[in-house]
Ligand binder design. Structure first.
Ligand SMILES: Cc1ncc(COP(=O)(O)O)c(C=O)c1O
Length: 391
């Protein structure tokens, strides 16, 4: 299938390959390896001289269907699936960077991403400078002759800070570096970073691509040269591969992606407006609100605001925890992107492992709560939050 089809059609149809049994729904290939007709064919498959499946660490038909579907949605030449979102970020770095290289990274990225760059990759000689996601001049100033990668998340988790993808793509291009965008919060249903000049798109498929909080997965998308010659080679050797079962679950999740993203964004906007008017709420962070500092940019890059609404409760950590502990409907859990609404206190959970300085730099205060808005009736979600807010 080509991308002359609309996104909704691609979500349901792209990438499907039927077997001789002509199954209607995509097949799940639970097999570690694939058999060959002869020694000669085995040799040809292993060297890549003949196309075909070999071993599920690097080739599996269900995983291929997932990769091809997501590539169609992002309009990417190539996609490689990974075990998790974090292994997608790791695989990108391991494949495309080497000791002595430098990375410029937004300081408003997921906590584990900060840990990966500042902690693990630093031990292997890759240095990272963290900068403001919105100040283009800071990115320019941070560039060094050995800068190879610019990395950002937009909108960011949990504060919904929006970075200008096109402007940062231009900065990267001029510096001879690559721009990678973590698109987990928007998915291609709302934002397609390659169209704005990004070189690579990263996904935590654990989030909206699955959409129902069932399995972990990830993906890296971009040109064939970057993804197949680079990231795929790392995955084939090192093995943080997506399992066939998880690929199948996510593949089926993608079929409802557009509907979910639009419906959840609509509910999130309504909740954000309600929170903004709430006397116990100091501030709401949601790109779909007119009061959001990058609202105009968000609406240029995104089809809707997404479904993550964060807000600062007056009264700091005690007041925020009271809201969490008073919920009866909303799930208290770290995951986001589910059709079930979830609530998290980032400072003590998802961002608990980064230093207080790094947390402060990222603007994550003690009163901050993150709500991942699901598909329940928004009135019920409001009532559940209002109990702890004391409205
Ligand atoms: C924006 C973003 N990127 C990456 C990740 C990591 O994904 P995973 O948990 O699938 O490794 C997360 C997880 O919450 C995330 O929110």
């Amino acid at each position: 299938m080509t991308d002359t089809f609309e996104l909704a059609t691609l979500s349901v149809r792209a990438g499907q390959r039927r077997t001789e049994f002509q199954e209607h729904s995509e097949a799940l290939f639970l097999t570690s390896s694939f058999v060959f007709d002869s020694a000669a064919q085995a040799a040809a498959r292993f060297t890549g001289g003949e196309e075909g499946f070999v071993y599920s660490r690097f080739t599996n038909p269900t995983v291929s269907m997932f990769q091809d579907r997501l590539a169609a949605l992002e309009s990417a030449e190539a996609c490689v699936a990974t075990a998790t979102g974090m292994s997608a970020i790791l695989a990108t770095a391991m494949a495309l960077l080497k000791a002595g290289d430098h990375v410029v990274c937004s300081n408003a990225v997921f906590g584990a991403t900060v840990q990966l760059y500042a902690g693990i990759l630093a031990r292997f000689g890759i240095q990272t400078t963290f900068v403001s996601p919105t100040e283009i001049a800071d990115w320019q100033r941070a560039l060094k002759p050995n800068t190879r990668l610019l990395f950002l998340e937009t909108p960011s988790n949990p504060l919904g800070v929006v970075s200008d993808i096109a402007a940062l793509a231009a900065v990267a291009k001029k510096a001879g570096a690559l721009l990678a965008v973590d698109n987990a919060l928007c998915t291609p249903a709302l934002q397609r970073p390659l169209e704005f000049g990004a070189d690579l798109v990263i996904h935590s498929a654990t989030k909206y691509l699955d959409g129902q909080g069932r399995v972990l997965g990830g993906a890296v998308l971009g040109s064939k040269a970057l993804v197949m010659d680079g990231v795929f080679g790392f995955l084939r050797t090192a093995g943080p591969t997506l399992s066939a079962f998880n690929a199948w679950v996510i593949l089926k999740g993608i079929e409802t992606l557009e509907l979910r993203m639009l419906a959840q964004s609509e509910r999130a906007l309504e909740l954000a407006r309600w929170l903004e008017a709430h006397p116990r709420v100091a501030r709401v962070f949601y790109p779909g609100l007119a009061s959001h500092p990058q609202h105009a940019l968000a609406m240029r890059q995104q089809r809707a605001g997404g479904a993550i609404v964060s807000f600062d409760v007056k009264g700091g950590r005690a007041a925020a925890w009271k809201v969490v502990d008073s919920t009866r409907l909303i799930s208290i859990t770290g995951n986001l992107g589910d059709v079930k609404t979830t609530i998290t206190h980032p400072a003590t959970t998802t961002h608990g492992r980064i230093t207080p300085e790094a947390r402060a730099a990222a603007g994550i205060g003690d009163g901050l709560l993150r709500v991942s808005v699901g598909l329940e009736a928004v009135e019920d979600v409001k009532a559940d939050l209002d109990r702890g807010l004391g409205g």
